[in-house]
Write a protein that binds this ligand. Structure first.
Ligand SMILES: Nc1ncnc2c1ncn2[C@@H]1O[C@H](COP(=O)(O)OP(=O)(O)OP(=O)(O)O)[C@@H](O)[C@H]1O
Length: 405
């Protein structure tokens, strides 16, 4: 009766909801460009431009590629936050100006409804200030400033050092000599130790090594080893073994950030403790991707066109001669169906098949899918010197098959 392809979706899992969401919001493929002058007042209708020439990709990636902010609070004090109200409290209460932001909850209580700091009259209480990771850039330097400088009455005041207005929180922290020493990195780890799990601490430690160039790496390691190894010490009593486990974990994290642990003055890794036998973390992750046994049966129900593509791609994988295939077709015509069949076939043979896409939503509909940026360490800012931090060591072990949506 219906001599056509009918796409029927059953909302039986969250993936189906994501799929429908993608359908509603992706719109049809189009590109619209117009070069015109701003209007008489110098205004450009950026919202209209965004709607007319929409490119569905992670918004932050586009934000970085084009290098302009998609939204901003200007001036930043337009909305009331705990920080802006801290500035106001400093203006109104001169006696509070020697209290650091992190100690403020000890003397004031935050009034959620009316959004202001009220002088504390009740019993002593412990409050916690949001912490920041060094890889967060300006947010981190703002925290560093707030942890060391009291009595500021505005953002401008916080950015002013020796009467000079600095262009960034980092510059202000540098001029105050707050980030030359490793103290701030020590403080950052010590603060995180109060609430973070050991695994998060190890990630933070690796992030500090990569982004903050600490002068005394070994000192940082010695001072924070205990909390970083808390989980391993529960199950292992031998200190050397625990130390090796922590080092191996940090090595994997550094590898995924494109760095080699040997570049840092940390204790040496004894390969006898390495269960991965030096295998790259990405290879282990991809090897461990499970395949759905039902997907291996999809091959038997491919239609004619899908089967042609399936056979040709698989033959190329088996011959190992490499190749690039472009699978195209209107929405709902079975491209993902074909990918699932291929991924299951390659993975069921114990080989690695990497499924990547340019957006998280597209990646989520493929088994074991990841964004290409995440898997291949593609930088979000594409300037002249940009390159992937995916190392040669990992490329040697690259899979026989890769799908990119
Ligand atoms: N050979 C087939 N046999 C049975 N069902 C199929 C076949 N090919 C595709 N389908 C079904 O058709 C629907 C749409 O297929 P699929 O999601 O693979 O399309 P698509 O081309 O990837 O769509 P989009 O471009 O929107 O992502 C799915 O429910 C899928 O299970």
């Amino acid at each position: 009766m219906f001599n056509c392809h009918i796409n029927v979706e059953v909302c039986s899992s969250i993936k189906a909801v994501k799929y429908l969401y993608k359908y509603i919001y992706k719109g049809h493929d189009r590109a619209s460009f117009r070069i015109d002058q701003p209007d008489a007042d110098g205004n450009i209708d950026e919202i209209k431009k965004y709607v007319d020439a929409r490119w569905v990709t992670p918004p932050e990636a586009m934000w970085r590629i084009f290098g302009f902010p998609l939204c901003a609070n200007d001036p930043p004090k337009a909305s009331k936050s705990m920080l802006t109200e801290y500035f106001k409290a400093n203006q109104n209460h001169p006696w509070a100006r020697n209290i650091l932001y992190k100690d403020f909850p000890g003397r004031f209580t935050w009034q959620k409804g009316k959004k202001y700091w009220k002088e504390r009259v009740e019993r002593y209480q412990i409050g916690r200030i949001v912490s920041a990771n060094p890889s967060e850039g300006e947010r981190y330097y703002l925290c560093v400033l707030l942890n060391h400088v009291a009595g500021k009455t505005s953002y401008e005041d916080l950015l002013t050092v020796d009467g000079r207005l600095c262009g960034s929180f980092r510059e202000a922290a540098e001029r105050l000599g707050l980030i030359e020493a490793d103290n701030t990195l020590d403080d950052c780890l010590t603060e995180a130790e109060q609430w973070a799990m050991p695994c998060s601490l190890r990630r933070l430690f690796a992030t500090i090594l990569v982004h903050c160039e600490p002068g005394d790496v070994r000192g940082l390691w010695d001072r924070h080893f205990e909390p970083m190894s808390d989980d391993y010490r529960r199950s292992h009593t031998c200190r050397i073994e625990v130390e090796q486990m922590v080092l191996l974990d940090i090595r994997g994290m550094l590898q995924s950030m494109g760095k080699d642990i040997a570049d840092f003055s940390l204790p040496c890794i004894d390969d006898a403790f390495d269960p991965t036998e030096g295998e790259a973390r990405e290879v282990i992750e991809e090897s461990n991707v499970d395949f759905d046994i039902n997907d291996t049966k999809l091959a038997s129900s491919l239609n004619l066109e899908q089967r042609v593509a399936y056979n040709e791609i698989l033959a190329s994988v088996e011959r190992g001669d490499g190749g690039v295939f472009f699978v195209d077709g209107p929405g709902g015509t079975g491209k993902t169906f074909l990918y699932r069949a291929l991924l299951a076939k390659v993975r069921s043979k114990g080989n690695i098949a990497i499924a990547t896409a340019t957006s998280g939503v597209a990646a989520s509909i493929m088994p074991g899918g990841r964004t290409a940026q995440s898997r291949f360490k593609i930088p979000l800012s594409c300037d002249d010197g940009a390159s992937c931090t995916f190392t040669k060591q990992r490329l040697i072990m690259t899979p026989g098959f890769r799908i990119t949506c």
